[in-house]
Design a protein around this ligand. Sequence first.
Ligand code: RIB
Ligand code: CA
Length: 321
Amino acid sequence: MLKFLIDADTGIDDSVAICYALRQPNVRVVGITTSFGNTTAPQGAENSLRLIKMMDPGYEVPVVVGENKPLFGDWHGPEYHIHGSNGIGGVELPETDQKPLDMKAEDFIIEMAREHGRELTIITLGRMTNLALAVQKEPNLPQMVKNVIFMGGTFKERGNVLPHSEANIFGDPEAADIVFRAGFDLTMVGLDVTHKTQVTPEALAKLKKYASPENQAFADYIIKATDDVYFPFNHAQNNCLDRSPVHDPSALVYATCPQLFKTVRVPARVECKGEFTRGMIVTDFREYPFDAQYVNICVDVDHVRVLEKIISTFTAKAFKI
Ligand code: RIB
Ligand code: CA
């Protein structure tokens, strides 16, 4: 059984990643912590709780509200123009009686590491603020858990905030650099692969058509959530193509099917300064590289099989593109 702790800024692609994880028969989601980004950390927790209710995984998934701003400085607020008024495209999912745990996200991360030890994979889908605070509080965290997989950053692909910077890293580069230096077995699922895997409204329509009965609510939700702002935003940002990159679900597919990805292993740090480079992942291929830890960076992907894997999770029969 794979054990995942997911840290998310629960927006639209985060929600698909969470639902994907909750539907894997060989995965147990031991908890969800939230951070600021696509929406606020409290709203992200509310979204996560409602998604858990919708998916009804058959076991309890605790949710904890995390940090609502970066380690330094302020936060400009949610990405309403990408993820809608509430982070999930303005869709009002049914309420749930489950409440977030009354504790700090970093304490929950440490507690889960103590409980599940080297079986635990921490997957971050937003800013790395909660994880940075956790490792500052418990410096042995990297040795306590199995690994960390994060959606964020870019290696050779263009950035989506600055020329070389991706939103999750740009949103709190100091936190990301703390995680990069901490000693985790760390894998980056960045724009080099998430831009290659793309979903269209037609693929979602097929998901709905073939969704198994227990996934009908998810299919209805994701079509509504992407309709108003997510596909139109991506249409404008991605050369006017009617398709969207598959960011956060790609990290979950990596966590369950790493054989679909090609990685390189290289010393890397996060640039925390620079008018044009803040949030850039700096890799060093020199013979005598700078003092940095090795990171596994996804550089290529079997994007057809990744998309088929995601859609098949929710359909009655294996889905072929
Ligand atoms: O750059 C893409 C990332 O930013 C995704 O995690 C998306 O959900 C947003 O957080
Ligand atoms: Ca995210």
